[in-house]
Structure formats: C-alpha cells, structure tokens
Design a protein around this ligand. Structure first.
Ligand code: BTN
Length: 261
C-alpha cells in the first residue's frame, strides 16, 4: 500500500507553520487543529493523517478516509484575509482552498478541475475533493478558522454507491496512472500558502466555477429551488437568477447544489 509520506513533505513546509503533526490514524484532523486552537496555538498550523476514523464532511455527513487512498489534512489559517464587511468567512475560506487545489491540480498534473460551489472540487463532473471550513468564536472574536481537505487519490477512496450523494472519482482514475501522494500534498499546501497572499480570488475562482450559465437545483433548508448559476459575488456568495427572473445571492450554510435530475 502506498501511504503518503507526510514525514518527507512536512519538513519542507515547516517554515510556514507554527505547528505541524502527522498521525498514521486519527479521528479527524479538523478536531486535532481545533484542540490546538483551544490550547492557544496561534498562526498557521497543519495536521495530516494517513487514515481518519471519524472524518467529517459538511452537513453532518461522514467522510471516509481509508489508509493509503487519500489525502486528509487540516490547516488553521489566519482569518484576516477572509473577514470583510459581509463576513462570509467560511465561504471565502472554502473558495480560497478550492482555488488553490484547482491551481495545484492544473500546474502539477495538467488537469482541468472545477469548483462546485461552495466546497467541492470536480474532475470530469465527479467529486474528487471535499473541503470542510469551520470557525469557532469566543464572544464576537473569531478564535480559529480551520480548513479541512480530503482528496480522493486511489480508487479505494471512492465510497460505495449506497453512501454516495454525488458521483465521485479519484485522481488516479482520471490520470490513468499512479500518483505520488507526497508530491500532490506538497503541491496543494504550497498553493494554499501562495493563494492567501495572491489577489484575484473571486475572478480566478469564477473561471473554474462548475455549472456557470446552467440551471441547477439548490436545496436550501430542505426545500428545492431551481436557479441558473451566473457567477460569484465579490464576497464569495453564489450569484444566481431565480426562475422568476430576479437575481439572488446564496451563501454557504445548509445549502446543497445539484445539477437538475
Ligand atoms: C465535504 O465534502 O463535505 C467535506 C469533506 C472534508 C473532509 C476532510 S478530510 C480532512 C478533514 N478532517 C475531517 O474530518 N474532514 C476534513
């Protein structure tokens, strides 16, 4: 089994982080970083795992991370670039991570990934990566911003059909060849660090937005709405046109996007 050699990649990244750790098996890397934040660890830090036993996705879903099949890691980020007047912190953090992942897959493997707003990356229309941004507050002060990333690398990472709620793929399936997981990990994290200081987030993310100018279904608080995707708002919201013709911007929350059945 080809387990990602985080111990090889992490030292090359250590200068960028106040704390890093690799676990062969852990519950959830998001929980590790959240615990560090509670203990007062400040600045950018990173926890990675070979296998997660309690991996979490959005909306309370489980995220499977079998050993050797995927990348599973979480970063604590400086929240200041994402705090704007509208404070769509989670949405902007997910978008920034998503764009960095696209940029890494494009530059290292020549792939054409797309961002399925708000937190998935698609290859050939199928999900290859999920992003779980989480924040904690003390009063009205943001204590920590954590972005967890799960990337399907080998076919073992793809969950069985009965638990899939969207078609999934993995990088090796799309490339048709073995992928060096340490190289992939390094490339994604390096792009994430660059992305924080680079401008053009909304413009670059919009170029890679899946379903642009197409009709989709948005499931908002359990009810289904048909909209046409127009693009991204300046604060990272999804710009849409409702069936009656009027425009509306949606934000991350309990919202899911589906191509029409
Ligand atoms: C989703 O698709 O809903 C988001 C999935 C995020 C999975 C990653 S794997 C690393 C980190 N730790 C977790 O428990 N979840 C995220």
């Amino acid at each position: 089994m080809d387990i990602v050699d985080y111990n090889q990649a992490l030292p090359r990244l250590e200068g960028s982080f106040t704390k890093t750790a690799f676990f062969e098996t852990i519950g959830s890397t998001n929980d590790v970083v959240a615990e560090w934040a509670r203990q007062g660890v400040k600045g950018m830090c990173l926890a990675a795992a070979g296998e997660q036993t309690q991996g979490r996705g959005r909306a309370g879903r489980k995220w499977q991370s079998p050993a050797g099949s995927c990348l599973a890691f979480s970063l604590q980020l400086d929240s200041s670039p994402y705090i704007r007047e509208e404070s769509n912190v989670l949405g902007l953090a997910a978008l920034s991570a998503g764009l960095a992942i696209c940029e890494a897959l494009e530059s290292s493997y020549g792939l054409k990934p797309q961002i399925k707003w708000p937190n998935d990356i698609l290859l050939n229309g199928k999900k290859v990566c999920g992003i779980l941004p989480e924040i904690s507050w003390i009063g009205d002060q943001l204590q920590s911003l954590i972005v967890g990333i799960g990337v399907n690398v080998t076919p073992n990472a793809i969950p069985p059909n009965e638990v899939l709620n969207f078609p999934a793929t993995c990088i090796e399936e799309v490339l048709g060849e073995h992928v060096d997981q340490s190289k992939l990990f390094f490339s994604i994290v390096a792009q994430m660090i660059k992305r924080i200081v680079r401008g053009g987030l909304i413009e670059e993310a919009e170029k890679r937005l899946a379903y642009k100018d197409q009709p989709v279904d948005l499931i908002v608080d359990g009810s289904d709405q048909s909209v046409t995707v127009l693009g991204l708002a300046a604060d990272g919201g999804l710009r849409t046109q409702l069936s009656g013709g009027e425009g509306r911007v949606f934000y991350m929350g309990e919202i899911q996007l589906r191509p029409p059945a």
